[in-house]
Design a protein. Structure first.
Length: 185
């Protein structure tokens, strides 16, 4: 008897359940784009290096090109399409729009999903590689441009819109988002 090469999986995406029969090798990215027509998530490098395919899985950012669809069953998956509440954009989406946090826009969905997670991770007190005081009793560090750049470093922008991306994340996190280019670069 030949082992099966496909399985039925139920994916909980943006609050809706989708039951699909997928090949065991199908990535979450391909299931989203090719099977469910959720094309906001972009295929960039297909190797987990660029972050264009970043989505939130159980609230944590994940590069969907490396996540198998069969391993994603019953987990809460949020794509860029699921961030807005009705016609009201998520604060990160609005900040990216207001501050031109994109140029060509290809990486923008992954940047936005990653930024949502960055803000939540920071608020929860998670340190980054540039956090000076990582003792558990230390308060979360200020969400400075250096902190944002480090935390967003898994998302690449070929157009180089990093200054505006940092400003958008700052604004969405509750800052002004109007830092000078020198402090944001």
């Amino acid at each position: 008897m030949t082992p099966s090469t496909s399985s039925t999986v139920t994916l909980n995406i943006n609050g809706e359940k989708h039951t699909l029969s997928v090949d065991h090798r199908t990535t979450l990215l391909d299931a989203l784009r090719e099977r469910l027509d959720l094309t906001g998530t972009k295929k960039g490098c297909d190797q987990g290096q660029c972050g264009a395919c970043t989505v939130l899985v159980d609230g944590r950012r994940t590069v969907s090109c490396l996540q198998l669809a069969v391993a994603s069953g019953e987990r809460e998956i949020t794509t860029v399409e699921g961030l807005a509440e009705g016609n009201r954009l998520h604060p990160v989406q609005q900040a990216f729009l207001d501050l031109d946090g994109f140029q060509c826009g290809y990486c923008t969905p992954g940047q936005i999903c990653s930024a949502v997670a960055v803000i939540e991770e920071h608020a929860a007190g998670w340190p980054s590689a540039v956090t000076e005081d990582v003792r558990p009793q230390a308060a979360p560090p200020p969400l400075t441009p250096a902190e944002i750049r480090e935390r967003m470093s898994g998302n690449l922008c070929r157009c180089g819109a990093y200054v505006q991306i940092v400003q958008a994340v700052t604004r969405a996190a509750g800052g002004s988002g109007a830092e000078s280019e020198e402090s944001a670069a």
